[in-house]
Write a protein that binds this ligand. Structure first.
Ligand SMILES: [Zn+2]
Length: 137
């Protein structure tokens, strides 16, 4: 799968380092215990700066999505892309891609159970999501 290679920033470097280990890591506030995403130095719930990076389950559900049938370069223009909003089990929402299924609405019911998978691109591994296998439920 082709596409742009993200550029890590100081705020997101731990996220990409986790992905390199094939771990989905997000931040969790030590004051109020909320997980949150996208990366920020202060908890969005209570403004505490007592926040840590922590691995999460990598499981979530499909909240909404669009199918981009005509991706523009650097994406492969022939391959439709599912751009999805995923709600992690821990609560935060993140934008990602759903792969491993034909990109049709029939295959993408809302609330579909998903699990993270990692796709190499450039020097990075990108967290993407694939339907949770029945045997893993
Ligand atoms: Zn907090």
């Amino acid at each position: 799968m082709t596409g742009p290679v993200p550029v890590p920033t100081p705020a997101t470097t731990p996220y990409w380092e986790g992905a390199q280990r094939e771990e989905l890591t997000i931040q969790q506030c030590q004051s109020c215990t909320q997980h949150y995403f996208y990366p920020r130095p202060f908890c969005p719930y209570c403004n505490s700066d007592d926040v840590v990076w922590t691995p999460v389950s990598g499981r979530g559900r499909l909240l909404s999505y669009v199918i981009n049938y005509r991706p523009t370069p650097p994406f492969d223009a022939e391959t439709p892309i599912v751009v999805a909003l995923v709600e992690l089990e821990e609560g935060p929402h993140l934008m990602s891609n759903v792969i491993g299924v034909d990109p049709t609405p029939e295959n993408l019911p809302l609330d579909l159970q998903l699990e993270v998978t990692f796709v190499e691109r450039g020097d990075l591994k990108l967290p993407m999501f694939t339907p949770l296998q029945e045997s893993a439920r």
